[in-house]
Design a protein around this ligand. Structure first.
Ligand SMILES: [Cu+2]
Length: 126
């Protein structure tokens, strides 16, 4: 069973092996959000907010995009900037009405991999 699995995913193995090598301490790996300020500081209604996303690796801003997704799957590009430390990204959220939103990001990590994901959040009534 083991050799069969290896054979079937043969084309994927080099990429997987490279990524595993990249997971050694202090090495860059593809960027995953490990934490965000949305947990500790929810977005307040009708206030511009800087949300901080904490990635597990350095992120190349020029090749990364973040969109605010609002009701009806409408995508709004938002400004991003580097935070204080490597892997910290500041995201400018415009004043929002109460409701359900998401941040959709596609980021380019220092190891040359793109990662896409969605972080949902809620804006409550003030
Ligand atoms: Cu990677």
């Amino acid at each position: 069973m083991f050799p069969r699995t290896i054979k079937r995913s043969g084309r994927l193995m080099p990429a997987v092996a490279l990524c595993l090598l990249a997971l050694t301490p202090k090495a860059w790996s593809h960027a995953v959000v490990t934490e965000s300020s949305l947990t500790s500081h929810p977005v307040k209604a009708n206030h511009p907010t800087k949300v901080v996303l904490f990635f597990n690796s350095g992120v190349e801003l020029a090749l990364s995009r973040v969109f605010l997704v609002s009701k009806g799957d409408v995508f709004h590009p938002v400004n991003i900037a580097n935070g204080k430390k490597a892997g910290e990204m500041l995201v400018d959220i415009p004043p929002l009405e109460p409701g359900d939103y998401a941040l959709k990001y596609k980021v380019f990590a220092a190891d040359g991999h793109f990662t896409e994901n969605v972080i949902r959040f809620r804006v409550d009534n003030p």
